[in-house]
Design a protein around this ligand. Structure first.
Ligand SMILES: *Cc1c(COP(=O)(O)O)cnc(C)c1O
Length: 448
């Protein structure tokens, strides 16, 4: 047993120790070698050491080095070493985190992590939550809680009767709604297209002036952190209008919600605490390993009802039973890494992580603008959009950067423009990483 665990640990350490020296994207040769995994199930067993060697020899070179400091694609983040180690320990525990009786330590750690999260994200003390796989799952759960709450007020038991014949609800989203929110709308039975779309400004923020009339049959989905610009909808204004009318406000704050944890950025998230439910990720800006999302809501009974197995939510026990807040019954104890990150960083460390990455984003924007390239967004958070000229030229530059391998940035479309997106979300990114990456980007841009 110890030999196998040591072997895994040794290989993981070697992988992480070498991450800054390699190209961020895997080489074509490493990708081609993945064909070793295209084979039939072996008839015979083989030694654990051989299994690990095969994983490491063929898997490791074909990874994206997103655990290192120079990956800026999508909004991904790395994993703090303490959270990787906590995850190993949690795997060794192999607890079924759905129940307190099967996983008492995990249940206690989740309770603690939730309490700390509410505090640093400045959410109401009554907020309840569930540890889910992703912000997509969290958006789904938030919508399910909203669906329960609004229909229950109309005397409709949606968990028992479903949506067929239910009183209709209206869903309001922005024109810039994230794809995962649309997916969640589809999964929860509201429909991707059956929505009212509010127009946005140049930063992807809902125009408050165009916000429709809402009532107690309306679910409003707002965004804290647009995936391209990092922009925030006018959440305070929207919540004030929604609350007086009885509408439910759900916040997709996959990464942007963390602005609330940094004093210098908290103004961006002003008013989020007035919403009814929130979705966020820990695997993005908190830098814990995958998979780790959080659904949070001020309406604990609604989430419990939406996630309950059979109406048992009516029982009035005080104990928080984890499965009552998530779609899963059995699951891994993903609250452990969240707890470890918060215990390690503390309030000041989370604030510093958010501030530091935002400052790096500003440094990217300033350097690229100074070199004469067009930065398409107001860089208030951790996202930077840059154009290198016409769409083909921008695509060429992105391709060259990815191929050279010093850093990795992806492409996106922003309000009709082709852009490169830089997302600074990793604890591992240093000032030196930023300077090396700026130099690489400018080299690629100069080559045309
Ligand atoms: C990343 C992201 C999501 C989806 O999160 P997953 O954890 O990938 O499911 C949703 N909304 C926004 C704004 C995001 O940036």
């Amino acid at each position: 047993m110890n030999e196998v665990l040591d072997e895994g640990c040794r290989r993981a350490q070697r992988y992480l120790a070498g991450i800054d020296a390699r190209a961020v994207a895997p080489s074509p040769a490493a990708l081609a070698a993945l064909s070793i995994f295209d084979r039939d199930i072996p008839d015979q067993s083989c030694a654990a050491g051989t299994v690990l060697a095969e994983l490491d020899d063929y898997g490791s070179p074909a990874t994206m080095a997103s655990a290192g400091g120079r990956f800026f694609g999508f909004v991904i983040g790395g994993a703090l070493p303490v959270t990787v180690a906590a995850s190993w320990l949690a795997s060794a525990w192999d607890q079924n985190a759905g129940l307190v009786v099967t996983a008492p330590a995990c249940a206690a750690l989740e309770r603690s992590a939730l309490r700390w999260l509410k505090d640093i994200l400045r959410l109401p003390t009554a907020t309840a939550g569930g540890f889910v796989t992703s912000a997509t799952a969290a958006n789904f759960c938030g919508l399910a809680a909203a669906r329960h709450a609004l229909l229950a007020r109309l005397a409709w038991d949606v968990e028992a009767q479903g949506l067929f014949g239910a009183p209709p609800l209206t869903v309001v989203v922005s024109e810039e709604v994230h794809a995962s929110m649309r997916k969640a709308l589809a999964m929860v039975g509201f429909g991707r297209e059956r929505v009212v779309r509010v127009p946005c400004d140049s930063q992807g923020r809902m125009r408050a002036a165009d916000f429709p009339q809402v009532d107690a049959r309306t679910i409003v989905c707002v965004q804290a952190g647009n995936v391209n610009t990092g922009g925030f909808d006018p959440i305070a204004q929207i919540c004030e209008r929604a609350r007086s009318s009885g509408a439910w406000v759900h916040v997709d704050g996959a990464f942007g919600l963390w602005a609330a944890a940094a004093p210098g950025r908290a103004h961006l998230a002003r008013g989020v605490e007035l919403a009814d439910s929130w979705a966020t990720d820990a695997h993005k800006w908190l830098n814990v390993p995958y998979d780790s999302g959080l659904v949070l809501t001020r309406d604990q009974p609604a989430l419990r009802a939406a996630m309950s197995v059979d109406g048992a939510y009516l029982s009035q026990d005080d104990d928080r039973v984890p499965y009552q807040y998530t779609p899963d019954f059995s699951r891994r104890a993903r609250g452990i890494e969240v707890w470890a990150a918060l215990r390690h960083l503390g309030r000041a460390g989370v604030a510093d992580l958010v501030e530091r990455t935002c400052r790096f984003a500003q440094r990217f924007a300033a350097a690229l603008a100074q070199a004469g390239y067009e930065v398409l967004n107001e860089v208030e958070l951790n996202q930077v959009l840059v154009s290198f000229g016409d769409p083909q030229r921008t695509r060429n530059v992105i391709e060259r950067i990815q191929r050279e391998g010093v850093c990795w940035c992806g492409g996106t479309q922003w309000q009709g423009r082709t852009a490169m997106r830089i997302s600074v979300s990793s604890w591992a990114t240093t000032a030196q990483d930023v300077e090396l990456s700026i130099a690489a980007i400018l080299r690629a841009a100069a080559a045309g």
